[in-house]
Design a protein around this ligand. Structure first.
Ligand code: FES
Length: 290
């Protein structure tokens, strides 16, 4: 799919939770092609610093108005500069990039979604599209954060008929513990097995969720993060270890990598060699949290 570069107009910038902002951008050509799970590379400001574009997933897309929203948390200089951008300013954007989520075929009766922290960002548009395409589907969102203050309001999500289960690391809202544990405990207690699972969040959470999905034979689409400098498959900075080998000779086992920007960011749970992920977990998180 062709990528578009355009100067997007900042329509609004609102605080959604502690350190978390929602920016609405008018960018008709990109909004027209955007799908949930895809992302844009955004130039925070012109000039030499910060040097690199930053990736942000689509949080909401309004095709008719030619706008889309990104949701981001301030974690460094780039996102701090972004939070200072006023409505009326313009930002250069490249996108849409990546593969996006696949909506389920057929009529699933139950879908699970799991979000860790700012990983809620791409799941909101996904839930809206799921409700449109599958009006009868039951959706359970498992939403975890470090504290209650870091959670965005979920009224709009609940108005879609989504049941929201919360967890926090400090116990200030919902279940006290990891969101993956909450999802597993809920499924077990209520005897639930979703037909499909979507997740976005930090890699340790995704590994936990992928393991459960593979054990339970639940098809899972995971939005993964990695270092991302170019967003175009050129710098190879976003590589994650893959389970399959590119060689056709089964006797030859070569390391094989997938690139989050080009092959993803959405991957099935079985595509990643999770055992080799420790080396990547030590790197700073950039996508989709930068
Ligand atoms: Fe450069 Fe993926 S970000 S190859």
């Amino acid at each position: 799919m062709s990528k578009i570069k355009e100067d997007a107009l900042i329509i609004s910038q609102t605080r959604e939770a502690a350190g978390t902002f929602r920016m609405r951008l008018k960018s008709p050509r990109i909004a027209a092609k955007a799908r949930p799970g895809q992302f844009v590379m955004l130039q925070v400001r012109e000039g030499p610093e910060p040097l690199l574009r930053r990736p942000f997933s689509f949080h909401a897309i309004a095709l008719e108005e030619g706008v889309f929203d990104i949701l981001y948390r301030v974690v460094g200089r780039g996102t701090w500069l972004l939070s200072q951008c006023p409505p009326g300013a313009r930002l250069n954007i490249l996108g849409p990039l990546g593969n996006g989520f696949d909506l389920p075929d057929g009529e699933p009766s139950l879908v699970f979604l799991a979000a860790g922290g700012i990983g809620i960002a791409p799941l909101v548009e996904l839930m809206a599209r799921l409700r449109e395409s599958h009006p009868a589907v039951a959706m359970r969102l498992f939403y975890g954060a470090r504290t209650a203050e870091e959670m965005i309001p979920t009224d709009a999500i609940e108005s879609l008929g989504v049941t929201v289960h919360r967890s926090t690391d400090d116990g200030s809202a919902g279940y006290h513990g990891w969101v993956g544990e909450l999802m597993k405990a809920t499924a077990e207690a209520e005897g639930l097995k979703p037909e499909i699972l979507f997740a976005c969040g930090p890699l340790p959470m995704q590994r936990h969720i992928a393991k459960w999905a593979l054990e339970k034979s639940v098809p899972a689409q995971l939005s993964l993060e990695s270092l991302m400098a170019c967003g175009l498959g050129a710098c190879l900075g976003c590589a994650l270890p893959a389970t399959s080998s590119p060689t056709s000779d089964p006797a030859v086992r070569e390391d094989h990598y997938l690139h989050v920007c080009k092959d993803g960011p959405i991957f099935p749970a079985g595509a990643i060699e999770w055992q080799k992920m420790q080396i990547h977990q030590t790197q700073p998180r950039i996508f989709p949290y930068s």
